[in-house]
Write a new protein. Sequence first.
Length: 210
Amino acid sequence: MTTARETVLGRIRDALALAPTQDTTVRRAYRTGRSLPDDERLALFTDRLVDYKAQVHTCTADRTAQVVAEVLRERGAQRIGAPAGLDAAWLGAYDGEVQQDSADIPAPRLDALDGVVTASAVSCAETGTIFLDGSPDQGRRALSLVPDLHVCVVDLSTVETGVPEAVARLVPERPTTLISGPSATSDIELERVEGVHGPRTLAVVIRTDV
């Protein structure tokens, strides 16, 4: 007895077998090459993040540890997770417990953490979107989705003006997670509900001189 899934996939295979094969050229006439001065790009990115209800903190690279610790302290985070490749110096001023993540830790156990600190791959100022690509300093997708607080460190040099410019810096083969503010959705009466599909709070630490 076949399952509904097998039936659907079988019909798709049959349709593909009957469909004529022809090469199609996809137009890629995207608007590219846009750029803004650092101060304008920072202002635009910050405006979009705040509009999405993210918390934004700016600092120079030498104050990363202090600002990260202040954010965690303000949120009462006593036990946090960190990807294995995160710069340990970023947590140097934090006096709570740090659990280094690994694939051996079941995703449900991450819910016991008060928050997580990660780096980022690239960001888009125009949309206020942060891209994580699973690099060692960003960790697996579950690490940035399960804990209720995500502190994400973003270097201004990795913030591009538009989407095409940001996507061009990504490695297509890497698993990419796009973050635009804390997780939120609306119920049937359009009441905003946060923390349904990911962190309830997103705090972005933008390092302006890196």
